[in-house]
Design a protein around this ligand. Structure first.
Ligand code: CTP
Ligand code: MG
Length: 235
């Protein structure tokens, strides 16, 4: 029987680093709002049964129109997010349909998510409970002191750059969020990090292959990079 797997698409940020009048998830990339790239991928993916979109209150009607006009039929909820990404994620997970068995959480700021990433994270979450996409680091990474002195070069082969999508068995992710809430923590920037922090000893998190093209659009330059990636993808 098909498992109940809910996609949670996070579009509740203000996009302050990107600047501009509109939050970045609504900015057009090749005539299509950034958010629509992830929505279409999740809609088309056969493993995902429902989609919850988390957004800013004043943009709920904009997302409703986007969903309607583009036939995103799996979208069952469009809800208001929170002050931080963690809060938005918690609200998304909390508003998933009640029979949800797994969730796949994704930043709308990453338009180039692939079906393989979605499927690999889900497969790993079904096998061991939690999974994230990630890529290898190519730079040298150092830990530094607060006074700006270099302290230690980290061993690169153990460094991963974490991306989304991330997938979790429902009980694991909701428990981690509730523990963070009880702990008054609200600044985790991803859900795998949250699970790792609160469930470390019992809950392994599988790292599956992301891709260099699965960028998170953060600043203006990233929009130019995204145009280049899009041209390459459509070749
Ligand atoms: N996000 C969210 N709710 C928030 C903050 C972020 O749903 N309160 C979402 C964003 O919409 C984005 C993803 O989480 O898709 C990753 O966050 P980030 O890249 O930091 O986006 P913003 O918070 O919008 O950007 P900035 O930090 O520059 O303001
Ligand atoms: Mg942010």
């Amino acid at each position: 029987m098909q498992k109940k797997i809910t996609g949670i698409i996070l579009a509740g940020g203000k996009g302050e680093r990107a600047g501009g009048a509109l939050p970045k998830q609504f900015i057009l990339l090749n005539r299509k709002p950034l958010l629509l790239y992830s929505l279409e991928k999740f809609q088309a993916n056969p493993l995902i049964t429902d989609i919850v979109v988390v957004t800013l209150k004043k943009y709920i009607s904009k997302v409703e129109a986007l969903v309607k006009n583009n036939n995103i039929k799996k979208c069952c909820e469009i809800i208001e997010g929170g002050e931080t990404r963690q809060e938005s994620s918690f609200l998304g997970v909390g508003n998933a349909p009640s029979d949800t068995e797994y969730v796949v959480i994704h930043d709308s700021a990453r338009p180039f998510v692939t079906h393989k990433m979605i499927e690999d994270t889900i497969t790993a979450a079904i096998a061991i409970g939690s999974a994230t996409t990630a890529i290898e680091e190519t730079n040298t990474i150092a830990r530094s002191s607060s006074s700006g002195l270099m302290e230690e070069v980290l061993e690169r082969k153990y460094i991963s750059i974490i991306q989304t999508p991330q997938a979790f068995r429902y009980d694991i992710i909701i428990e981690a969020h509730l523990l963070a809430k009880a702990d008054a923590k609200s600044d985790f920037t991803d859900d795998a990090g949250l699970v790792l922090h609160y469930e470390h000893s019992e809950r392994p998190i599988k790292i599956v292959a992301g891709h260099e093209s699965n960028i998170k659009i953060t600043n203006q330059l990233d929009f130019e990079l995204a145009e280049c990636i899009l041209k390459n993808i459509s070749k």
